[in-house]
Design a binder for this molecule. Sequence first.
Ligand code: AMP
Length: 420
Amino acid sequence: MSTFQAPKGTYDLIPPRSAKFLAVREAISAPLKNSGYGYIETPGFEDVALFSRGVGESTDIVSKEMYAFETKGGDQLALRPEGTASVLRAALEANLHKAGNLPVKLWYSGSYYRYEKPQAGRYRHFSQVGAEAIGTEDPALDAELIILADQAYRSLGLSQFRILLNSLGDKECRPVYREALQSFLRDLDLDEETRRRIEINPLRVLDDKRPDVRKQLTGAPMLRDFLCDACKAYHEEVRDLLTAAGVVYEDDEKLVRGLDYYTRTTFEFVHDGLGSQSAVGGGGRYDGLSEMIGGPALPSVGWALGVDRTVLALEAEGIELGIPATTSVYAVPLGDEARRVLFGLVTELRKAGIATDFAYGGRGLKGAMKNANRSGARYTIVAGERDLAEGAVQLKDMESGEQAPVALDALVTTVRAKLA
Ligand code: AMP
């Protein structure tokens, strides 16, 4: 151990577990790449105001969890706590919404930072793969994103997840509901902080997980009863499209999510094997966000799936991803001349696309064979002076234990044929 450790709330991804993270990112992005989403990458930090305006001053994410700092040049920046505001900012800055067809469909993958209280499944540095469809109001787009996330999770073999679905209304009906909810909440027995929340963001009080609060919330006015006709019709269409696609979801009228920018469709993917941090991903429509950050009206929808929690979900379900061994062939030279010849063969095998590793450090045969075993390689190539004098190497099948000489110039084709 060195003097240093990973900062509190963070952890390192190290082999072999790190391979699962790569596989999860790949599995989540594959359906997006297949559906017209282009890859976008934005900086790890942004103007702090982008998040306070976009995500919302009253949210925990902005008010408590943001890594905000002033640069030497006096700029007020923050490490990104989420992806949507940055992606929309970048799309607007590049005028993607003017360049061609709407919606602008983008996907991303990266690290996010929140100064949270660390616990299992909740970290200060975590990673997400996300998707945003910008500039179009169409229930089929909302449905598409939910279907693609469902597909991603299923492609990983996950089955113990549920999709929670709700509509948060729009700028017509939400304010009316908000007022009705506020007058209901003001009569409850709540602590100071929650009372303040009633005034700033009453919908989030509905999301309170404390049993004594939950009990008092029975009988609270529900947004469903306040939705305007347009929102109702929109939501019905999303639900119908999901059902037609065979996606199972649960209506959850209390689902509000922790970010202020959502309108209409909101959803969360929860996994039942994860304990209290059960949300593996979430998203929704954010028709007002563009205007909130100074852009034109651009109704949009998106989601972000947490990579860390998806890996935990795989582990909770006992799913092995069948990640192949990283090395197919391991070369063990006996002596200096063999070292030069085999090192050349290793390069040739690699050029042929065969994952190959080499016994470095000139250790003895026994130690080298141990490493060959550990590498998971299916084949080992061993050669000493006598083999080379005959123009051959010994090719050993690590599964059957069989070993046979193979001519040097036939090695690549032989190994390729055997691995196929
Ligand atoms: P949110 O942006 O809060 O909707 O989060 C979307 C997803 O990111 C969640 O469902 C989690 O899977 C993941 N996530 C959010 N915050 C954390 C965190 N602190 N640690 C690990 N994963 C997180």
